[in-house]
Design a protein around this ligand. Structure first.
Ligand code: CAA
Length: 387
């Protein structure tokens, strides 16, 4: 009897989008009268993305996905999974708005996934299952978030925003995901956002401990299920609420797995997050974009990815970079998205932060600020309008 080999499945194409504005940590530190080294070195952050009034999770998500469709069209896409923890409706998926903005066919299932910053990985795993069952299908996954903390809280300097869209297919051109994956869940009160709040409630120190505990749990599960040893993984990507967290995580994992801590194994993956801030569900995949964009010799190399979503659900998994990855990456476009952001001063940033609280009780029109391909135009009869 001949052996039947399942095709490799994984990430075939990937693009990153971010906001119209940016605030430097130097400006934030100066306004607060604290040493900028706390942010630059202590948190590992240089600047963070700030949304214009006419940007939200939907517009960022659509902007990230558009280049994928421009390159490959919509053929084969029967599922759109949108991961976010800063969604715009408690019932309707943000993905349905994105589906219309992108002009996707009606024969597409659309759903939003939520489990804090982990949901992008949940979407990836669901997508892998769909494609494994029917390799002719493609799944469009979009992780999109605007991370907002209370002004003057400890979390404030870890704000940010990003969206990463990726196409999950059989025989992927970028990253083939290995079948073994380690998961770890525990009910932890480290970070959550009750329905009556637009910013999270956070126990920052507990969240760091919970993250590291989850990393250990997910990695042990990965090993128990026959996952590759750490010595066979050449690069590591971590969920990055702030890039120092990836450093703490990699030191922790290296200790658990008995390998030497080597900062070169994480360095390229930090480049975009230092400038984006926390992109919640998009953060790990912004790390993947940065790694692919900044290293030329990754073909055949194995990458380890750790996804953490407070509350808490986490996963450690691996993938192998494919030979054609350099032709598919978007180095110039990603640099342009980051460089094109318009700096704001601290007073403007604080005003933008306050204006994001606006509800749906009254109709309003928003001024045109963003230069992105899609914008949030305002609210009419409690309905968000996108252009
Ligand atoms: N120069 C250099 N380093 C300095 C410094 C200076 N002048 N001043 C302080 N530092 C260092 C500190 O020594 C500390 O380093 P270590 O972590 O090595 O101890 C670091 O800067 C941070 O300083 P503090 O511990 O005083 O920071 P803080 O009290 O302001 O809080 C935080 C830090 C808890 C991360 C806070 O920003 C926070 O609550 N963030 C939101 C929650 C979060 O991101 N948690 C991460 C895990 S949960 C997760 O990953 C999910 C998610 O996305 C939210």
């Amino acid at each position: 009897m001949s052996e039947v080999h399942a095709p490799a499945v994984g990430i075939h194409d990937l693009a990153l989008a971010t906001t119209h504005h940016v605030l430097t940590h130097e400006a934030l530190a100066a306004a607060k009268g604290i040493d900028p080294g706390k942010y630059r070195v202590g948190l590992g952050q240089d600047e963070f993305s700030v949304a214009a009034p006419d940007e939200d999770t939907v517009t960022l998500a659509a902007a990230a996905a558009l280049p994928l469709l421009e390159r490959s069209g919509t053929d084969g896409i029967r599922t759109l999974l949108l991961a976010t923890e800063s969604g715009i409706d408690q019932a309707k998926s943000a993905g349905v708005f994105v589906h219309r903005l992108l002009g996707l066919p009606s024969a597409v299932r659309v759903v939003e996934l939520k489990q804090a910053c982990y949901a992008g990985t949940a979407a990836l795993q669901l997508a892998l299952g769909i494609v494994a069952r029917d390799p002719a299908q493609k799944v469009l996954v979009i992780a999109s978030d605007i991370a907002r903390y209370d002004l003057d809280s400890a979390g404030e300097p870890t704000q940010g925003a990003a969206a990463v869209a990726f196409l999950v297919t059989a025989d992927p051109a970028i990253l083939a995901i290995d079948p073994v994956s380690g998961v770890h869940s525990a009910d932890v009160g480290d970070f959550w956002r009750p329905n009556d709040r637009s910013t999270p409630v956070v126990d920052g120190k507990l969240s760091i401990r919970a993250y590291l505990d989850a990393l250990g749990g997910a990695w042990r599960d990965h090993q128990a299920r026959g996952g590759v040893p750490l010595a066979e993984v050449s690069r590591f990507l971590y969920h990055q609420p702030f890039t120092r967290m990836a450093e703490k995580a990699h030191k922790h994992l290296a200790g658990l797995g008995g390998i030497a801590y080597d900062p070169a194994q994480i360095a390229s993956g930090l480049v975009y997050n230092r400038r984006l801030g926390n992109g919640y569900t998009a953060s790990l995949y912004a790390g993947l974009a940065a790694l692919l964009d900044h290293e030329d010799d990754l073909a055949g190399q194995r990458v380890g990815l750790f996804s953490y979503g407070s509350g808490a659900v986490s996963e450690f998994f691996t993938g192998v970079v494919q030979p054609g990855y350099r032709e598919r990456r978007r180095v110039a476009e990603h640099a342009a998205a980051l460089d094109a952001r318009v700096p704001v001063d601290v007073a403007t940033y604080r005003a933008l932060h306050a204006s994001a609280e606006r509800g749906s009780a009254e109709d309003y029109e928003l001024p045109r600020v963003t230069r992105a391909p899609f914008r949030f135009a305002g609210v009419t009869a409690r309905t968000r309008r996108y252009e």
